[in-house]
Design a protein around this ligand. Structure first.
Ligand SMILES: [Zn+2]
Length: 194
C-alpha cells in the first residue's frame, strides 16, 4: 500500500470496556489475534494483581488465552517494552496506577497501536477513572454489555455478592473473584448496601 504522506506513522488507542460477563476479554483476544495475522510485533501486559487464571496469560471466561507479561505498574511496563513493538495490549487497565493513561497516550503518539481492556465501573457502579479518562482519548471505544441475571434487561453493572448478599459500599474495590462473587446486573437490579 502507498500513502501520500510517506512519513505517516500508525498509532491509536482502542478501548474495550463494559461490565463483567460481557465478553470483553474475548473481544480483546480477537483483536490481538487479528493483528498477529498481519505479523505485527505484539506485546500484551497485565497488572500482576490479577492472577485468577494464569500468571503470564490473559484468559477469557471461555478459556481462550494469549501470553501476557505481568507488571506492577506503568513504569515497569515501559521497562519491558521492546523497541520494535508495534502493538501493545493492556488487560485489566482499571487496576493500573493512574499514570497508565498518559503512558498509553504517549505510546500512541510514538506510533504504537494500543488495545486496552478494562471495566468501566466498579462494583458500586462508579467509574474506574483510568477507563473513564482513556475513553475520551481513544480513537475507538467498544462498549460491551451483558444480560442481567435477575430480569433479562441489558446489564452494564457488575454486582458483587458476599455470601449471596449485595456487597457494602465501603468494601474494598479490588477483590478478584468468579461467579460466586460477581454477576451482571442492569441499572434497576444492581444493589449496594450501606
Ligand atoms: Zn435487571
Amino acid at each position: 500500500m502507498y500513502f501520500l504522506n510517506s512519513k505517516a506513522k500508525l498509532g491509536w488507542i482502542e478501548v474495550i470496556t463494559g461490565c463483567m460477563f460481557a465478553g470483553k476479554t474475548e473481544e480483546f483476544i480477537r483483536r490481538v489475534v487479528r493483528l498477529s495475522y498481519a505479523k505485527y510485533k505484539i506485546q500484551i501486559f497485565k497488572p500482576s494483581i490479577d492472577n485468577r487464571y494464569a500468571e503470564e496469560k490473559v484468559v477469557s471466561h471461555s478459556a481462550k488465552a494469549i501470553d501476557a507479561i505481568a507488571v506492577l505498574d506503568s513504569a515497569e511496563l515501559l521497562t519491558k517494552l521492546e523497541p520494535d513493538t508495534l502493538v501493545v495490549g493492556i488487560d485489566e487497565v482499571q487496576f493500573f496506577d493512574q499514570n497508565i493513561v498518559e503512558t498509553i497516550d504517549s505510546l500512541a503518539n510514538r506510533g504504537i497501536i494500543v488495545i486496552v481492556n478494562g471495566l468501566d465501573k466498579d462494583f458500586r457502579g462508579e467509574p474506574f477513572l483510568n477507563v473513564e479518562r482513556l475513553m475520551s482519548r481513544a480513537e475507538e471505544v467498544k462498549k460491551l454489555h451483558a444480560i442481567c441475571v435477575q430480569c433479562g434487561n441489558l446489564a452494564n453493572r457488575t454486582q458483587r455478592l458476599i455470601n449471596g448478599q449485595p456487597a457494602n459500599y465501603y468494601d474494598p474495590i479490588v477483590l478478584i473473584g468468579e461467579k460466586d462473587k460477581y454477576e451482571a446486573r442492569c441499572r434497576h437490579c444492581h444493589e449496594v448496601t450501606y
